[in-house]
Design a protein around this ligand. Structure first.
Ligand SMILES: [Zn+2]
Length: 186
């Protein structure tokens, strides 16, 4: 089946920076390194973390997560008002954004990646609000949308950012900054 999806991915595959030898890592090598690095890992999505929301409500200016506004006078939350810590103000208009947590594996180990808007839209060609509308329409609000479920068992080259780590700071989830469906080329 040919879909717009494959053409998007073919386009990304033409970018050569993903295939450089220096930036590629296995999961085990990435996890055991203490240095800050951006690297590419060829891995399979082996599970989707359904216990964590697949989207968040973001600020339309900075795209960071917003919080429900708590009115100190009435001591109640207000449903249509939010606060953005980054912009330091009350916001009325918001935007839903993807945050899809996936468990991945390669032949050396497993780890967790976090996919954001750009990558998820690239993979499923739908915006978060479209999926949210569908979930409401089909009365499956508490489930993971089928479009996201189709990511399970697929293989990608994930370019991830790993901060420098110490004995007391070892993150277990890494942010994906780019994704392609290509394999490494020697
Ligand atoms: Zn903001």
């Amino acid at each position: 089946m040919s879909s717009p999806l494959s053409s998007t991915l073919t386009l990304s595959n033409s970018e050569p920076d993903h295939y450089s030898l220096e930036s590629r890592r296995t999961i085990s090598r990435m996890l055991t390194s203490d240095e800050e690095l951006t690297c590419s890992i060829y891995a399979t999505i082996c599970a989707l973390k359904i216990e964590i929301h697949w989207f968040y409500i973001g600020c339309t200016k900075c795209f960071k997560k917003v919080n429900q506004y708590f009115n100190p006078e009435t001591e109640e939350s207000e449903a249509d008002k939010f606060t953005c810590d980054t912009c330091q103000k009350i916001v009325i208009s918001t935007i839903s954004r993807y945050q899809v947590h996936v468990k991945t594996k390669d032949e050396t180990g497993t780890t967790s990646f976090l996919l954001f808007d750009k990558e998820v839209i690239q993979l499923i060609n739908k915006l978060p609000y479209e999926l949210l509308e569908q979930q409401v329409q089909f009365n499956r609000r508490s489930e993971l949308p089928p479009e996201i479920q189709t990511l399970e068992n697929r293989q990608f080259v994930f370019t991830i950012y790993k901060p420098s780590t110490t004995k007391n700071f070892r993150p277990t989830t890494f942010k994906v900054v780019k994704i392609t469906n290509g394999e490494y080329v020697d």
